[in-house]
Design a protein around this ligand. Structure first.
Ligand code: SER
Length: 617
């Protein structure tokens, strides 16, 4: 069953149950508060809140979505930027019983998806006192009945139904809106548990054995500002069902593939530009990135977005340039993008694409030639460095490589590949030292005024700085790690560092998040950080191979920017690790050295990025 047929079957199944098929909304949200639609429910919020939908109370759709938070993870087995979310909707009509029964039927019936029910596991909300929402017993009962139709005895006790707290089984968007408990459906791939994720595998484990294929949200609550900076949850008069299934993931399961990049559409895209000298089997990650980014770019261009340096255009530019960079490394021809774009266009035209293919190709070609100019300049400079390296140590100095990236946007990743061909190496460690200096010290210094004389602290002069100030920078640096961990706890795992800047007076931290933080959220973040400070937790570091660091769950904000060996700083102990992050240091030895942490300001930095300034006392 192709992905296209899978989408069609899903729509048909729900049509049979009285749903109206509605078209996907644009990738660009109408209210413009966020850059892109990231979930199928976003365009339907007014209707989930009670507004009457012209097409009725039962709807089904496939919605275009784009998530760039995970862009650096694209290349593994399941992450994508653009994807289709297929879902069925009850707007105050049916509820848990029908929703769960239909999900089970569609997934397992031979007439439909025909998945072996033994491979299906589900999770249910265990209740939360602060939300005032009880354990979802009704869903447990519905699942028991559903599995019984396949002659299976499903229960919490035998592990077929697993209970999880709010963090896993509650769905809401930031800010006010409809929300509620969810029940998630997982497919057991049968793979062995990867012990990097702990001793025991479970349905929500990150080891990859269980793949989440469907999320049924029961929107029976409304989240509202409570007037004192927090939120209150009240039952909704109008109870809804919002389900979301990643089309590419279900296609992966139905096509018996181990990665989303092996499903019909992606294998066709990849085959269309594969270079037999640098084949997919050896260079899977690069091919996947190119395929994903080309597909996302086609959708963005067909929505009228063009590459630029701001907002949506910037995201598109980044996607296109990353694809081109990997194409160059794979030695693909200049017009490498034409064949895959044609395949993408043919596959999605009928459902989604409403501009002529020439328009898309022209937009892509224009960006290619713009990028190519800078690229040619970078190449010339790079080969000058190669020549001198060949005459001496056969190593390009980290600082030279860093300068080239800074001035010509010639990415380290590309330099490393070219260096291997030329028989030299690049001092990656030096590169990152330079990078760090640039990020943390020199920028911190550049803003720091000495004793009111307006003198600027330059890189390298740090030693001359007062020891106390250096210690403050170090303390703020450790506080930054605690801050990121607290933000992720309070706002969600999508939070990720986008930039960090520390002076002797304050830290500044930019991170991915679209909504303004409420006073209550800020307070909770401060409290969590201060709590970890008073817990007097040890700060330790360990050198690790980058892949091991990644497996251990260490946060890294730009994987491709690190070398093969990295340092990972952990805060806490075995039982209570509060932060685990790639970093070059320096850090304090114990969190108690930090002092009292306070947020001074929280504001927008750029589209989808928030900025916090904080101090310590
Ligand atoms: N809103 C839920 C999600 O995005 C289900 O559609 O996962």
């Amino acid at each position: 069953m192709t992905a296209l047929e899978t989408r069609q079957k899903f729509l048909e199944f729900f049509k049979k149950q009285g749903h109206t098929i509605i078209p996907s909304a644009s990738l660009i949200p109408e209210d413009k508060t966020v850059l892109f639609i990231t979930a199928g429910m976003q365009p339907l919020v007014p209707y989930l809140m009670g507004k009457k939908h012209p097409q009725g109370a039962r709807l089904v759709d496939a919605q275009k979505c784009l998530r760039t938070d995970d862009i650096l993870e694209v290349g593994d087995n399941r992450h994508l930027t653009f994807f289709e979310m297929i879902g069925n909707w009850s707007l105050g009509d049916y509820f848990k019983k029908e929703s769960i029964a239909w999900s089970f039927e569609l997934l397992t019936s031979k007439e439909w998806f025909g998945i072996d029910p033994q491979k299906i596991y589900v999770t249910v909300f265990e209740g939360d006192a602060t939300l005032g929402a009880p354990q979802d017993d009704e869903s447990i009962q519905c699942w028991k009945e559903a599995f019984a139709t396949a002659g299976m005895d499903a229960s919490v006790e035998n592990g077929r139904i697993a209970m999880y707290p709010k963090k896993k089984n509650w769905w809401e968007l930031p800010g006010e809106g409809p929300c509620g408990p969810d029940t998630e459906i997982f497919y057991d791939t049968g793979k062995a548990h990867d012990t990097v994720f702990g001793d025991t595998c479970h349905v929500n484990c990150d080891c990859g054995r269980y793949v989440e294929i469907w999320n049924n949200v029961f929107m029976e609550y409304e989240k509202k500002e409570d007037g004192s900076g927090g939120y209150a949850y009240a039952p909704l008069a109008h109870k809804n069902v919002d389900t979301g299934m990643g089309l590419e993931r279900i296609a992966m399961v139905l096509q018996g593939k181990e990665t989303v990049f092996e499903i019909d559409i992606f294998s066709a895209i990849i085959a269309s530009f594969e270079n037999k000298d640098t084949p997919y089997t050896q260079e899977a990650r690069r091919y996947r990135i190119i395929a994903d980014h080309l597909r996302a770019a086609v959708f963005l261009i067909s929505e009228g977005i063009l590459p630029s340096n701001a907002e949506r255009g910037y995201i598109l530019r980044n996607l296109v340039r990353r694809a081109i960079t990997h194409a160059k490394i794979l030695k693909l021809p200049d017009d490498f993008y034409c064949a895959p774009i044609e395949i993408i266009y043919r596959y999605y035209k009928e459902q989604y694409l409403h501009v002529p293919i020439e328009y898309i190709i022209t937009a892509f070609a224009a960006e290619y030639s713009l990028f190519d100019k800078a690229f040619e300049r970078g190449m010339k400079k790079f080969y000058t460095l190669v020549e001198s390296a060949l005459k001496t140590t056969k190593i390009i100095q980290g600082s030279d490589a860093f300068n080239l990236q800074q001035t010509d946007g010639f990415r380290l990743e590309l330099m490393m590949d070219l260096a291997t061909d030329a028989g030299i190496t690049i001092d990656e460690k030096g590169f990152w030292e330079e990078y760090k200096k640039h990020q943390e010290v020199s920028r911190a210094g550049a803003e720091k005024k000495f004793g009111g004389h307006g003198m600027t602290l330059q890189t390298g002069e740090l030693k001359a700085a007062d020891d106390i100030e250096l210690a403050t920078v170090t303390r703020l640096h450790t506080a930054t790690h605690l801050l990121q961990a607290a933000l992720r706890e309070v706002l969600g795992d999508h939070v990720r560092q986008r930039g960090s800047d520390i002076t002797a007076e304050r830290l500044r931290f930019d991170f991915i998040h679209t909504q303004k933080m409420t006073d209550e959220e800020k307070k909770r973040v401060e409290d969590i950080v201060n709590h970890h400070i008073t817990e007097a937790l040890p700060v330790t570091n360990k050198e690790m191979a980058i892949d091991d660091a990644e497996k251990s769950g260490a946060l890294m904000f730009n994987k491709e920017k690190y070398g093969n060996t990295v340092q990972v700083y952990s805060i806490g102990n075995k039982e209570n690790t509060v932060s685990h992050e790639l970093c070059g240091g320096p850090h304090v030895v114990n969190t108690k050295e930090i002092g009292k942490f306070r947020i001074i300001k929280e504001e927008a930095s750029s589209a989808g990025v928030r900025r916090i300034r904080a101090t310590i006392k």
